[in-house]
Design a protein around this ligand. Structure first.
Ligand SMILES: Cc1cc2nc3c(=O)[nH]c(=O)nc-3n(C[C@H](O)[C@H](O)[C@H](O)COP(=O)(O)O)c2cc1C
Length: 434
């Protein structure tokens, strides 16, 4: 036998998944689907481990509830699993914790097969459901629910917790107190496909859990913290998310891990403000300007200024720094009428962190048209940053006077941070009209 064969684990349980519905707790079955081949999710996230679409069926003495469904192309597997444990006329409730298509792909067909079922979702999910169902919305039984609401299945009940923006505005968690199971949809999810389904059976997936948080939840950190505060008092024995392994061995550890990921690293106990300057420069002109801005800002007491050349740098490690910073200045030359790619890479990643209200500024050298600075400013404005200074542009290499203007620009930015200068915000429309 070749030696590597000794170390091979059977592929089947990971990728083909279990036959039929899988018991998860008393009266609860997993009826979801595996998508081992998925390599990119929501266009933004690489998924080297594939994913799962977890749907659950809860049976009580007075009916059945289906909690979330699957992506449309996986509907056949979902219906097959559902039919293994319930009839359609038994379905009393369809709970939609989140209306994104990967959880609602089978909903139109499900309500066609179970027209008597009442759809329970958050009030913010309502317009999304209308869009999903089209004309069928008019005849669907729909009831918005929120924190404090509950429904009965006889010997089992479902209570709802409104947890907006984990990860869309419509998101909610559903609590099954009799079995102490909390259905959390995307919260506590991970893109990790392993047909053994349970945390204590699957391969190590911590990297996938953290990566999922980073790309999906991180932009909504403060909402995640609010959601955790809301659900933490529940005496749950199991967290049943809509992607990845079901957390039953140490569910509280996953909550603590999520809280740690969601909590911004506290800034050192100091009143010092933080200004970060990033730049790219092909021939050194923008670099000279960046250095002058840095030197000018440093003259202001109470501001810690750091300067970074982005060329050749990975963006990821800077994200925590930027999130903790008070101000951001970005420098780019104009190349072919645009800012350079590396700068756009940085700007693109800023959606993953909270930038609202931070101070922003742009600068750069140009040869003749100089569009890049304004393009960066527009992006910073789109990120809801406060821009107190019109961007600083210099034609080709800066002269001594222009370098002095760079230092003054840096000083003014720093004073905006310390409050020594009255807060300003540029009205770019007015500026353009001048
Ligand atoms: C390939 C290339 C394309 C350029 N395209 C533009 C342009 O579209 N508009 C402009 O104003 N300057 C353009 N420039 C000029 C640069 O912006 C100018 O040389 C600038 O000083 C470079 O700054 P740096 O030394 O920080 O890289 C271009 C330069 C290069 C090399």
């Amino acid at each position: 036998m070749p030696s590597e064969a000794l170390h091979l684990r059977p592929a089947a349980p990971r990728t083909t998944g279990p036959e039929g519905a899988v018991p998860v707790a008393h009266g609860v079955h997993w009826i979801g689907a595996l998508d081992p081949g998925l390599r990119s999710f929501d266009v933004i996230l690489k998924t080297a481990n594939g994913t799962t679409y977890n749907s659950y069926l809860v049976r009580g003495t007075e009916g059945v509830a289906v909690i979330d469904t699957v992506k449309a192309e996986f509907a056949p597997a979902f219906f097959e699993r559902l039919e293994a444990v319930a009839r359609y006329d038994e379905i009393r409730y369809i709970v939609l914790n989140h209306l994104e298509p990967d959880h609602t792909g089978a909903v139109p067909e499900l309500i066609r097969r179970a027209p008597q079922a009442e759809i329970l979702l958050s009030p913010r999910g309502l317009p999304m459901l209308r869009a999903l169902l089209g004309e069928a919305f008019a005849t669907a039984q729909v009831k918005p629910v929120t924190t404090g609401h509950a429904v009965s299945l006889g010997n089992r009940s479902l209570a709802f917790f409104n947890t907006p923006y984990v990860h869309w505005p419509d998101t909610q968690c559903t609590w099954l107190p009799e079995e102490r199971v909390l259905f959390t949809c995307d919260l506590f999810g991970s893109h990790f496909c392993d047909g053994r389904l349970f945390e204590d059976r699957v391969d190590d997936f911590r990297h996938a859990f953290d990566n999922y948080f980073d790309r999906i939840m991180r932009p909504f950190r403060s909402f995640v913290i609010s959601a955790l505060d809301l659900i933490e008092p529940l005496d749950f024995a199991m967290i049943a998310p809509a992607h990845g392994p079901i957390l039953r061995a140490a569910p509280r550890d996953w909550l603590a891990r999520t809280r740690a990921l969601a909590t911004p690293r506290t800034k050192a106990e100091t009143a010092e403000k933080v200004l970060l300057i990033f730049y790219v420069s092909a021939y050194g002109a923008t670099a000279q300007l960046a250095q002058a801005i840095h030197d000018g800002a440093e003259e202001e007491e109470g501001v810690r200024v750091s300067l970074f050349d982005l060329e050749g740098a990975d963006i990821g490690p800077f994200l925590d720094l930027i999130e903790e910073a008070d101000g951001l200045a970005i420098g780019t030359p104009t190349i072919n009428g645009d800012a350079v790619r590396t700068v756009w890479d940085l700007l693109a990643r800023l959606v993953d962190i909270e930038t609202r209200g931070k101070m922003g500024a742009a600068f750069g050298s140009y040869g003749w048209s100089g569009e890049a600075v304004r393009l960066v400013e527009t992006r910073l404005q789109g990120l809801k940053m406060r821009l107190p200074e019109p961007g600083l542009r210099v034609k080709l290499h800066p002269s001594d006077e222009e370098l002095e203007e760079g230092r003054a620009f840096g000083r003014r930015l720093a004073q905006q941070l310390t409050g020594r200068a009255p807060p300003r915000e540029i009205d770019f429309a007015e500026l353009a009209a001048r």
